[in-house]
Ligand binder design. Structure first.
Ligand code: NAG
Ligand code: NAG
Ligand code: NAG
Length: 410
């Protein structure tokens, strides 16, 4: 079974002989009207109070109210959510009722291990910290039992990161009562949002509870609908990326001959590479729905790379041609020119050759610039469209994908 018994099961374990306070709970009837049938006449009777109350053929109904008081850490790199919950469990155990006219006390407080309590395990939990290791239950004269459990837990959650940093995910906490079966126990769960602090990157937008059908073990699930409202990620990722792209396009306006243009573009590319590596570190290494942003920044890198290469190539060709023209003012054109008309000097001839070459390079550069701007604008629109309409269906977990995997079912 895939259930992980990671929390303090000992706390809620059932069937353990009353460990710490047997004398007290057994003496209780004499003092505060504990029903006298719990004598130690037989070993079974000694444990009778810690057995689940019987409800005939129907399961015992346990009402659960889950108060979510804080979701204080959402770690997309480790796929975890940390939360603080308060559970209020209530059920009816008629064996604990007493005659109010004989014993006029209205409510009793009993240690949790002197009566039956449901043992709870959270399936997704990495760890659970039950804040009160020995909680006390309140029992009224009719046998209504109320038990409060406060816990802090870190649970696993499969985030949907396709739209990071505007992602929304549903994280589930499944509470199982492993020591009972569905024929003995049934949960009725409600959830209450008591989160007061909203100054968080991830905000809880919605809370839901459900009791999954056809389970072997009594279970209820709390689902947190988390939304990333991070302004930080937008500022740290999108704004610099767009600014770099814009700066790169503006770099295309510098004349090709200017030596600063190559330096400018190479500096931009270098800056972008540093930014890219920090971006990659800020995203989880794998996910069934990878953030669209990763593809966006990869395309950005390619665009910057192509534009830098174009500048370097054309500037290199120009410089090389300039050098060649300077080193060998070829005699043939000079003679030709002189033969044509004795006017132009050798410098004029070389300038003329380099000039045509230069104008060719300028035309190429200009054309490239137009294509580049069109490409950048197109890529932005394509990305916007993808962002609006792309959806991603997570792969099923390995346990659910195999024919006989997943939760045990009835
Ligand atoms: C016993 O089962 C019935 C039918 O499901 C339910 O209405 C009733 O509340 C249950 N009693 C207790 C004590 O859980
Ligand atoms: C409670 O005790 C009084 C006095 O002993 C008795 O008359 C009454 O019948 C008892 N009630 C119940 C419900 O047992
Ligand atoms: C997550 O929960 C919200 C509201 O509770 C719901 O609208 C949405 O469809 C859920 N998303 C998924 C993927 O289950």
């Amino acid at each position: 079974m895939a259930l992980r018994l990671l929390l303090h099961l000992a706390l809620l374990g059932l069937g353990t002989a009353r460990p710490s306070v047997p004398g007290r709970s057994l003496r209780a009837p004499a003092v505060v009207a504990w029903p006298s049938c719990f004598g130690l006449n037989s070993p079974l009777e000694g444990h009778e109070a810690t057995q689940i109350p019987n409800n005939g053929s129907a399961p015992l109904l346990v009402a659960v109210q889950v108060f979510v008081t804080n979701v204080f850490n959402v770690d997309i790199l480790r796929y975890t959510v940390s939360s603080v919950l308060l559970l209020r469990l209530s059920w009816l155990d008629t064996r604990l009722a007493w005659n109010a006219s004989v014993h006029p006390r209205r409510v009793l407080t009993l240690p949790w291990d002197s009566l039956w309590t449901p043992g709870l395990t959270i399936q997704e939990a990495l760890w659970v910290d039950w804040q009160d290791p020995s909680p006390r239950a309140q029992v009224d004269q009719d046998g209504h039992v109320e038990l409060y459990l406060a816990l802090t837990t870190e649970t696993n959650c499969d985030f949907e990161l396709l739209h990071f940093p505007r992602d929304q995910s549903n994280c589930t906490l499944s509470f199982y009562a492993l020591s009972n079966t569905v024929t003995e126990l049934e949960f009725q769960a409600h959830v209450v949002n008591e989160i007061v602090s909203v100054k968080r990157e991830y905000v809880v937008r919605d809370l839901k509870t459900q009791v999954p059908p056809q389970q072997l073990v009594p279970c209820f699930q709390v689902s947190l609908h988390l939304q990333n409202t991070a302004l930080k990620a937008v500022m740290a990722l999108l704004v610099p990326g767009e600014a770099l792209l814009l700066a790169d396009m503006c770099g295309g306006l510098l004349p090709l001959q200017a030596a600063e243009r190559t330096a400018y573009k190479v500096t931009l590319l270098l800056g972008y590479l540093v930014f890219h590596s920090s971006l990659v570190q800020a995203l989880p290494s794998s996910s069934s729905c990878n953030p669209l942003l990763i593809h966006y920044f990869t395309i950005l890198l390619l665009l910057l790379f192509v534009s830098t290469m174009e500048t370097v190539l054309l500037a290199g060709l120009l410089a090389w041609d300039h050098l060649r023209a300077k080193r060998s003012p070829s005699p043939a054109p000079r003679g030709e020119q002189q033969a044509h008309d004795a006017g132009p000097s050798p410098e004029g001839a070389t300038r003329g050759g380099a000039g045509s070459w230069r104008s060719w390079a300028e035309v190429a550069d200009h054309t490239f610039f137009l294509f580049y701007v069109a490409g950048v604008v197109c890529s932005q629109f394509i990305f916007l469209g993808l962002w609006m309409w792309a959806t991603c269906k997570s792969d099923p977990a390995p346990g659910e994908a195999v024919p006989h995997g997943g939760q045990p079912r009835l």
